[in-house]
Design a protein around this ligand. Structure first.
Ligand code: ITT
Ligand code: NA
Length: 185
């Protein structure tokens, strides 16, 4: 079975492809810009992205939108994670949390599947904390400052396979793959 993944982010493709193989799904990477509206929730953003992509491609596909939600900052940057990373970077996040004891945060992925009959959402979350310094050179985005609960490594210090044991994206994608296994268009 083939499923198209629309994303401009090669790391997302790599992470998901390594899981897809275990489910006998071949993931086809469409490296085209995902159209992103500005909205206050990942769900709303990804629904629009999915519909726009489906209108262009007309084949069953998935897109996902992810964000980092920091408790002491009331969930900021959340759906604005991309913009915030470009503006202030990981250093900026560490600075915002200077002297803050509560470093709890979670990553969320909302994945949308769309075909000719439906649009369906799958969420994945991983809880953890923001490190006090940047650690590791693997992964992408905020990986070097996020420590998932249960280990002392940042995502930036993990291989793709290790990150997939914990990550928001892996959780959302496995939920989708389990659904897909029971579903025929
Ligand atoms: P798309 O083409 O799929 O949109 P993107 O990299 O822009 O790729 P998002 O909009 O979903 O992806 O990501 C929002 C921000 O959160 C962006 O700065 C990412 O680098 C970061 N991010 C997303 N997933 C992440 C992960 O697993 N680990 C670390 N940072 C992540
Ligand atoms: Na994006």
């Amino acid at each position: 079975r083939e499923i198209i993944l629309v994303t401009s982010n090669e790391n997302k493709f790599k992470e998901m492809n390594s899981i897809a193989q275990n489910f006998n799904v071949s993931l086809i990477w469409f490296n085209i810009p995902k159209v992103e509206i500005q909205a206050d929730s990942l769900e709303e953003i990804v629904k629009f992205s999915a519909i726009i992509a489906y209108n262009q491609i007309n084949r069953p596909l998935i897109v996902e939108d992810s964000g980092l939600f920091i408790e002491a900052l009331n969930g900021f940057p959340g759906p604005y994670s991309n913009y915030v990373r470009r503006k202030i970077g990981m250093e900026g996040i560490i600075r915002l949390l200077e002297g803050e004891k509560n470093r709890k945060a979670y990553f969320s992925t909302v994945l949308a599947y769309v075909d000719s009959t439906q649009l369906k959402l799958f969420e994945g979350r991983v809880y953890g904390s923001i490190s006090t310094e940047i650690r590791g050179t693997k992964g992408f985005g905020y990986d070097p400052i996020f420590i998932p609960d249960g280990v002392n490594l940042t995502f930036g210090e993990m291989s793709t396979e290790e990150k997939n044991k914990y990550s928001h994206r892996a959780i959302a994608f496995r939920k989708f793959l389990e659904y897909l296994a029971t579903y025929t268009v």
